[in-house]
Design a protein around this ligand. Structure first.
Ligand SMILES: [Zn+2]
Length: 239
């Protein structure tokens, strides 16, 4: 985790520091190596069974949001990001279907949730086909636990951007359909007060990926975003 309490303040890890976990109030130690992002780790086991080792990808996404939206303590869990509208859970590694269901049920009482997946590790197994106003996809060797998610799933693919899954079929071969999401508008819909500042960073990265020629030429221009978001929020939030 990137935040801990120290002397009554919420602070990031600094070399040699000790802090307090805002969730269990146990001691956490600053881990400030050269490879992994500076973070806090529990002296013993992490108190949150949903804990996932955090990568630069987590760091980047959390960094788009205000400090006090990150790692929000809810019961005995730390939600990655609590926006004013919903919980945004960042997921890089595989996760069991039981845990998906458990987390969705838990956060249902807190405005609903939305999954944001790190797509880099399976992007090469994911094929997008352009259709009339949407994309269909085929997912070879899919992470089948996602078949059991009921809340919206957005995948962050390098050299593409955000892909919102509208439907995933629960069988092999695995496929479905969805659409691209504009990163700026995504952050804006998460309730960011200054989307133009933070989203610019992300859009620059996307632009760089596009220039490198790795973007599929089959990508189309966005359809009606308002409608898309109404549908998304109707599925994911406010229950
Ligand atoms: Zn703890």
């Amino acid at each position: 985790m990137f935040w801990a309490n120290k002397d009554g303040q919420r602070v990031g890890a600094q070399p040699g520091n000790r802090g307090e976990c805002p969730c269990c109030h146990g001691t956490v130690l600053a881990k400030c190596g050269e490879i992994v992002s500076w973070h806090w780790a529990h002296e013993t086991n992490d108190c949150d069974p949903w804990y996932e080792a955090e990568s630069a990808w987590h760091r980047r996404w959390k960094g788009f949001f205000p400090d006090d939206w990150q790692e929000a303590v809810i019961g005995r869990h730390r939600a990655d990001i609590r926006t004013p509208k919903f919980i945004l859970e960042l997921q890089a590694s595989s996760i069991s279907s039981d845990e998906i269901v458990e987390r969705e049920q838990f956060y249902a009482d807190h405005g609903g949730m939305l999954w944001l997946l790190k797509g880099a590790d399976f992007a090469e197994n994911f094929e997008l086909r352009i259709r009339d106003g949407y994309f269909s996809f085929r997912w070879r060797w899919p992470r089948q636990s996602w078949w059991f998610a009921k809340k919206p799933i957005v995948i962050d693919f390098p050299a593409f951007g955000l892909f919102y899954i509208e439907k995933i079929y629960q069988h092999l071969p695995c496929g479905g359909w969805g659409n691209e999401l504009n990163a700026t508008e995504f952050l804006n819909e998460c309730g960011l007060p200054t989307p133009e500042n933070s989203a610019k960073v992300y859009d620059l990265a996307l632009a760089a990926a596009k220039e490198s020629g790795t973007l599929s030429p089959r990508i189309v221009v966005p359809r009606d975003r308002d409608k898309e978001w109404q549908e998304l929020l109707a599925m994911g939030g406010g229950q």
